[in-house]
Design a protein around this ligand. Structure first.
Ligand SMILES: NC(=O)c1ccc[n+]([C@@H]2O[C@H](COP(=O)([O-])OP(=O)(O)OC[C@H]3O[C@@H](n4cnc5c(N)ncnc54)[C@H](O)[C@@H]3O)[C@@H](O)[C@H]2O)c1
Length: 327
């Protein structure tokens, strides 16, 4: 019956120096797990050694690329759980350089699963998937029965990566499931630019006393604080009933980007934004309004607990203190 205690569990986290991976690692260490982080630290992605500066002595760090098939096979041996978070996350970059996205988000995922099948078939895997694969919603809130119709290369490759996990669960009995994340924010997110999320660059601009740009502004979105996503990942690995499924995560508050901008300014105690027309290239891959129906995963006992107001305040406080490490 699943993982009963994380104490002493041997856990591998790909993308472990990134935003969500490092927050997950911190929680796992606090629960007594033996944690190994794998990350390639490509500068354009969200990996950052500062994300784990408080953990460096308590985790094993392996700077390597999940595209290295042979290396990964050796890495995966002996672990109880794999949290598979390594990914190329920029939608725009996936259009400009589709083959790199294909290699990381699709081909490497198949290689990771093959390594597990050959070297450690009893491992449990949680894959960080994305709401991007739904594309422009036909209805709201979007549940898992919605058609998958990605609007960009990243969405297609993440979709394939997700389904390889489900396939390996169904055919080879490697217990794997996928969480389809919505916009996730919190300590450790990339704020240098908008590659990971627009919210990152908004925070940077605010802290540098510059106006941030909101494209459009009326689009509806939901958000998860990273602590809630970490809760969901631990639960997904712990509960055997989750194996073989793909589940939406989502936020309890739905708001427009303009309203989000207002909340962020309130959390910062000042600042301003400019509403701008969507650039043409972005308009083509935009998904319009999106928010998730996350009741399928909530049935396992998960719900988002951090309010947007509290989460944004905590995030701003963190970056006010650590800005130099992230720009
Ligand atoms: N943050 C979000 O809002 C969000 C939304 C949907 C899905 N996700 C998914 O969650 C996962 C984690 O995202 P994140 O927000 O923490 O992004 P992130 O960029 O901070 O983390 C991803 C990490 O993977 C590493 N990585 C990339 N390619 C690699 C490779 N080939 N080999 C080894 N390491 C590699 C990067 O260096 C980075 O540290 C990703 O798979 C992403 O698609 C995130």
């Amino acid at each position: 019956m699943g993982i009963k205690s994380w104490k002493g569990a041997s856990v591998l986290v790909t993308g472990g120096l990134g935003f969500i991976g490092s927050n997950l690692a911190r929680r796992l260490v606090s629960l007594g797990a033996k944690v190994t982080l794998v990350d390639s630290l490509v500068p354009e992605y969200g990996g950052n050694r500062h994300n784990i500066s408080d953990l460096a002595e308590r985790v094993k760090i392996n700077i390597s690329d999940v595209r290295d098939r042979h290396g990964f096979r050796a890495l995966v041996e002996g672990h109880d759980v794999l949290f598979n978070l390594a990914g190329q996350t920029s939608h725009q970059d996936s259009m400009a350089d589709p083959f790199t996205d294909l290699e990381i988000n699709c081909t490497a995922q198949l290689a990771i699963l093959e390594a597990c099948r050959q070297a450690n078939p009893s491992i449990r895997i949680v894959f960080a998937s994305t709401r991007q694969m739904y594309g422009k919603p036909d209805y709201l809130p979007v549940n898992e029965a919605h058609l998958l119709r990605p609007t960009d290369v990243n969405g297609i490759n993440k979709m394939a990566g997700e389904w390889y996990h489900i396939l390996y669960n169904n055919v080879y009995g490697i217990r794997a499931c996928a969480l389809r994340l919505t916009n996730t924010y919190g300590r450790g997110m990339r704020i240098k630019d908008a590659r990971q999320t627009f919210l990152g660059i908004w925070i940077r601009m605010l802290l540098e006393d510059k106006p941030f740009a909101i494209w459009g502004g009326d689009q509806l979105r939901d958000f998860n604080h990273v602590d809630d996503v970490v809760d969901a990942m631990l639960l997904a690995a712990s509960d055997d009933r989750a194996a073989g499924g793909a589940y939406n995560l989502g936020g309890s508050e739905v708001l427009s980007l303009r309203e989000l901008g207002d909340k962020l300014i309130a959390a910062n105690g000042g600042g301003c934004y400019e509403i701008k027309e969507f650039p043409e290239d972005r308009k083509l891959i935009d998904i319009g309004d999106y928010y998730a129906d996350y009741s399928k995963f909530a049935a396992f006992g998960w719900e988002p607990r951090v309010s947007l107001d509290d989460g944004l305040r905590d995030t701003i406080t963190y970056y006010r203190e650590h800005l130099a490490d992230y720009v």
